[in-house]
Structure formats: structure tokens, C-alpha cells
Design a protein around this ligand. Sequence first.
Ligand code: DX5
Ligand code: ZN
Length: 213
Amino acid sequence: MIIAPSFLTADFADLDSEINSIQFAKWLHFDVMDGRFVPKYTYNEEIVKRIKRISSQFFDIHLMIETPEKAIVGYASAGADLITFHLEATNNNTDNLIKLVKSLNVQCGISIKPKTSVENLVPYLAALDLVLIMSVEPGQGGQKYISESTNKIQFLAKYRRIHKLNYKIEVDGGINLETAKIVREAGADIIVVGSYIFGRKDRKAAIKELENA
Ligand code: DX5
Ligand code: ZN
């Protein structure tokens, strides 16, 4: 599996060394929060621009914001390789948002919160590069994996196989060695990990452990 560290729980006072400590991960996951879609505010595209200068990793932007239509162009020019917005924040404009992201030569993902049923994604799956299953309530790190998320991953893996589609399945929230194994067996391709990596001194070891989970 691909590990996408989310430095939501990182020490922002020492950003360069924090980024350095996870340089072994192929992806970097940016948890963008606007204080409206979720209670917390994290950062804007300026951080992405700044880190793009020192990292050649794959930039995976997760927009937990109410108005993704206003942010997509900014994150694309800041260096996003993939932009994921929330199905719950598209106010029935989902197809246009997918078109907008792809028109900027950026891969497109859609994320759903724990309470949103995975069947709601079906109309869009053929057009997507990625689906992001939130396995915790969006808004903060360090929460416990919600076990119902496993069925959603299995549904998406099965649907992809039957319909010969190739969207990636990413899981975000409460991932540790035990849940990494569960989601891999269910069909996940990428895991977003915050506290399990940033809580450790030896982050390279934590990433290696998760890659082999
Ligand atoms: C929730 C965040 C977290 C974060 C991962 O909105 O998206 O899920 O990325 O945090 P941990 O790995 O600490 O659950
Ligand atoms: Zn995320």
C-alpha cells in the first residue's frame, strides 16, 4: 500500500524538519479545513506552495471545505497532483467540479464522511481517479477507526472489479498497524496516516511498518 502521511498533527513550528522526517513516503496528504465544513481551520494553498519547493512527493490535497469550487484552481496552481473534495460539499455540482479538476491536469477524488452511504458515489465512479473513505469524523487527528468503513472499502473494490474501473481507494483516519491490515485486505490502495507516524520518533520505521502491514 501507499502511505500518505498527513501532517495535521505535525509541529508547524518546525515544518522543514517535519517534512524531512517523512521524505520516505511517496505521497503527502494535506488536510485542508476551513472551520466551516469542519470546526477546525488548518492551512491554505500557501503551505502547499512552500512545501512544493522542498518536496518531490505526490501532493494529495483533501479539501474538507464548504466551497471547493472556490479553492480548486488555487490548489492546482500551488502544486496539487490530486485534489479530493467532499460529496457533501458539492451542492449538486459534482460533475462540473470533476470536470474543473481534470481540466487543470490534476487527478480528481471524491471523499465521503462516515455517515454518507457509499452508493451515493456510484454515478461518479467512472470519472474518478480516487475515492477517499473517511474512517473517522473529519476534523481532527488521533480518532479511532470506525469499523463500518470496512464495508465501504469492500463495496468499492468489488464495484471496481465488476465494472472494470480503475479509481484508487484511499482511507483516512484512525490508521495504525492493525487497521492498516484490515483496510488493505478490504481493498484499500492508499492509507492516510497522521498520529501513528507523527507520534513516533523514528518515522521512517513507522512508514516501513505500515507499508508491510
Ligand atoms: C481528519 C483527518 C485525519 C488525519 C489522520 O479530518 O483527515 O483523519 O488525516 O489522522 P490520524 O491518522 O491521526 O487518525
Ligand atoms: Zn485527509
